[in-house]
Design a protein around this ligand. Structure first.
Ligand SMILES: [Zn+2]
Length: 75
């Protein structure tokens, strides 16, 4: 379980670099973090959010409700 305090400070690593973009993340089924701004999706693998841009890119076109739960292992 990822704590809500931690989630509150986590931001999408792509959007956080761009002025004016918030990059807030929404938790989906305790398994994914979905960026509200760019729609990248970051898997949470064994309670660790994988905040890799390449990983987020992979899932941009997949609707949130079609994401695999639990997420596949990264790497
Ligand atoms: Zn983003």
């Amino acid at each position: 379980m990822v704590s809500s305090d931690f989630l509150e400070i986590l931001r999408c690593p792509v959007c956080v670099r761009e002025p004016g973009k918030e990059g807030k993340l929404a938790l989906y089924k305790d398994s994914w973090l979905v960026c509200n701004t760019c729609n990248r999706k970051y898997p949470i693998v064994e309670d660790i959010p994988v905040m890799l841009i390449d990983e987020g890119d992979k899932w941009t076109q997949i609707p949130t409700d079609a994401l695999p739960v639990p997420p596949p292992k990264v790497g």
